[in-house]
Design a protein around this ligand. Structure first.
Ligand SMILES: [Mg+2]
Length: 384
């Protein structure tokens, strides 16, 4: 699961060719705080392309659909509560609530930076993606969290859409799987510069994404419940309201549109197929960009915590493992292959964890304040 299910939509005549699109530096960063990072392209090897050729028929579609079934929350309601596999997985990815003290001890003396996915992490997965609202209690918790730690929402959704759900101006937002990043619109004490943070490494793909959006709307019209969402720099085809027996049909429809767009790739998530540009930019890159924007690029005293529930969050978990800083928390009720260190079962547990982090920070600040007062008092009482 550490790698996305990347699918070459079309095989070109030059098999070894890297699928490359020129992305000019000027359009990548309208006004970024720091030097724009180079965005590499995804290179598809000869072996992988041949593999895709072999399975370009129905097999690939079947594997997406099978994988979606396996990760669908409704599907797991019927599975036994705690299998042996699950117990062994929990040993390797224990609950972040149970390990809370260990986690806070590891972060001592370091600046915690919070990265939160939205769907399935802050809000429950619901049938209609337009109604994936977060609770007022969760919003209040995230607001408090952002008071004590720099906080970013990292989502596959369009940035404006995820902002309309979260409604907290003091946060960083990385929409479209990190391809559309914007800093806080309201004062945040963690902002290192008066310049707005803005990163849009795939802006040249906008006309193509719009074109494919229209084609997908038309193509999937005949499948009841299918929903195509325009996330600005990427598209999502939601399977949540589609009868399971129609999933293969819908996946074939998506694939038939994508075959004309080799510069776009297809990935699979929880009851969703996602279409995005072939540039090598993901939630992991967004995490690195945000850490740099916050001035923590080469710091050893930073402790990033990333919480997410999806395959796309694995890129960020992997970055944290490779940096050896902070950790990832996977939100999942079932055992999954992951680069995250800890787990939480559902958004309500995420809220509990965030509340405990806030409480822990509050107590620590109170202790520091009392200590300072005591030291000041001692200085006053000392004779000259
Ligand atoms: Mg999610």
């Amino acid at each position: 699961m550490t790698k996305q299910n990347v699918v070459a939509s079309e095989v070109t005549s030059d098999i070894n060719m890297a699928i490359a699109v020129a992305v000019s530096k000027s359009s990548m960063f309208a006004s970024a705080v720091q030097k724009p990072p180079a965005v590499p392209y995804i290179t598809i090897s000869r072996k992988k392309l041949l593999h895709n050729l072999e399975i370009s028929g129905g097999a690939r579609v079947t594997s997406w659909v099978d994988s979606m079934r396996a990760s669908s929350p409704t599907h797991h309601k019927s599975t036994p509560s705690l299998s042996d596999d699950q117990s062994s997985w929990m040993l390797h990815h224990p609950s972040a609530l149970d390990m809370f003290e260990e986690i806070t001890n590891a972060s001592k003396g370091k600046q915690i930076v919070m990265f939160l996915d939205y769907d399935g992490t802050l809000s429950p997965i619901v049938e209609d993606p337009d109604r994936a609202f977060m609770s007022d209690a969760m919003r209040a918790t995230v607001r408090k969290l952002a008071r004590y730690f720099p906080t970013a929402i990292v989502s596959g959704r369009c940035r404006d859409k995820v902002y309309s759900f979260v409604q907290l101006a003091e946060l960083y937002y990385a929409g479209s799987h990190g391809m559309d990043i914007k800093g806080p619109s309201k004062g945040s004490k963690y902002k290192k510069s008066s310049q707005p943070v803005l990163c849009q490494p795939a802006s040249e793909f906008l006309p193509m994404i719009d074109e494919v959006y229209k084609a997908l709307l038309e193509k999937t019209e005949s499948t009841p419940g299918a929903k195509v969402e325009n996330n600005k720099f990427c598209l999502s085809v939601h399977f949540r309201c589609v009868e399971e027996k129609k999933w293969s049909e819908l996946a074939h429809q998506v694939k038939s549109v994508l075959k004309d767009y080799p510069k776009l790739r297809l990935t699979q998530g929880r009851k969703v197929l996602e279409i995005r540009p072939t540039i090598k930019w993901d939630k992991g890159k967004a995490l690195e960009f945000l850490l740099e924007s916050l001035g923590y690029a080469n710091c050893t005293d930073v402790f990033p915590v990333y919480i997410g529930d999806d395959r796309t969050d694995e890129d960020a978990f992997k970055v944290l493992r490779e940096r050896g800083q902070g950790f990832g928390i996977l939100v999942s009720k079932i055992a999954k292959e992951t680069n995250a260190s800890y787990s939480l079962q559902e958004p309500t547990e995420v809220m509990d964890f965030l509340r405990r982090l806030v409480e822990c920070k509050r107590l620590s600040l109170r202790r520091q304040f009392r200590m300072r007062r005591r030291l000041e008092g001692m200085k006053v009482s000392l004779p000259n």
